[in-house]
Design a protein. Structure first.
Lengths: 115, 111
């Protein structure tokens, strides 16, 4: 158990809908990362927050947004969902950010299926 | 754009032997690199990282080597065990603080 929690574990929704994925980092970790893993795109980095501020941005679509709250939990919002958004979404946390490096701890992931 | 590629998509090694997984990257300005392991049905697991001001970094049974001259990264696993069977990804932190992943190498340990 990494100490990172993600909810929900599974999510099935229809095209055009909006969903919110939630992540709680390990106690003491200030950084939260979001990753997407799909069969055709592989593992992709989406975005990183550090203590409430966006610090790094990957190939995150404009339909996707994220935020980190004062209690350090993070939410990833996916809107106008398309079939291609079906994937595993992982959250990870670390003490520092990409600029400092250091071990990232991954959550169990949320499997999103868009039908 | 940046790209991270792996030389071999699959690698089979005998239990107890050393494994070497290779990764090529394209952005000479990348300053930070990470190796991840992903076992079947599980999420990624951070293994080790290295900054571009280093050539080598060691962890427990793992060593990462960085050759900036040829833009090559390798992960060495000593005394490979069945539990090391997984897909290994390298990632580079390139411009604009983005992380780019390779496609992965599947390591199979033969008992």
């Amino acid at each position: 158990d990494s100490g990172v929690t993600q909810t929900p574990k599974h999510l099935i929704t229809a095209t055009g809908q909006r969903v919110t994925l939630r992540c709680s980092p390990r106690s003491g970790d200030l950084s939260v990362y979001w990753y997407q893993q799909s069969l055709d795109q592989g593992l992709q980095f989406l975005i990183q927050y550090y203590n409430g501020e966006e610090r790094a941005k990957g190939n995150i679509l404009e339909r996707f947004s994220a935020q980190q709250f004062p209690d350090l939990h993070s939410e990833l919002n996916l809107s106008s969902l398309e079939l291609g958004d079906s994937a595993l979404y992982f959250c990870a946390s670390s003490v520092g950010g990409l600029d400092r490096g250091g071990e990232q701890y991954f959550g169990p992931g949320t499997r999103l299926t868009v039908t | 754009g940046e790209s991270v590629g792996l030389h071999l998509p699959t690698l089979s090694v005998q239990e107890g032997d050393n494994s070497i997984i290779n990764c090529a990257y394209s952005n000479s300005a990348s300053d930070y690199f990470i190796w991840y392991k992903q076992e079947s049905g599980k999420g990624p697991q951070f293994i080790i990282d290295i900054r571009s001001n280093m050539d080598k970094r060691q962890g427990q049974r793992v060593t990462v080597l960085l050759n900036k001259t040829v833009k090559h990264l390798s992960l060495q696993i000593a005394a490979t065990q069945p539990g090391d069977s997984a897909v290994y990804f390298c990632a580079e932190k390139g411009g604009a603080n983005n992380l780019f992943f390779g496609t992965g190498t599947r390591l199979t340990v033969i008992p």
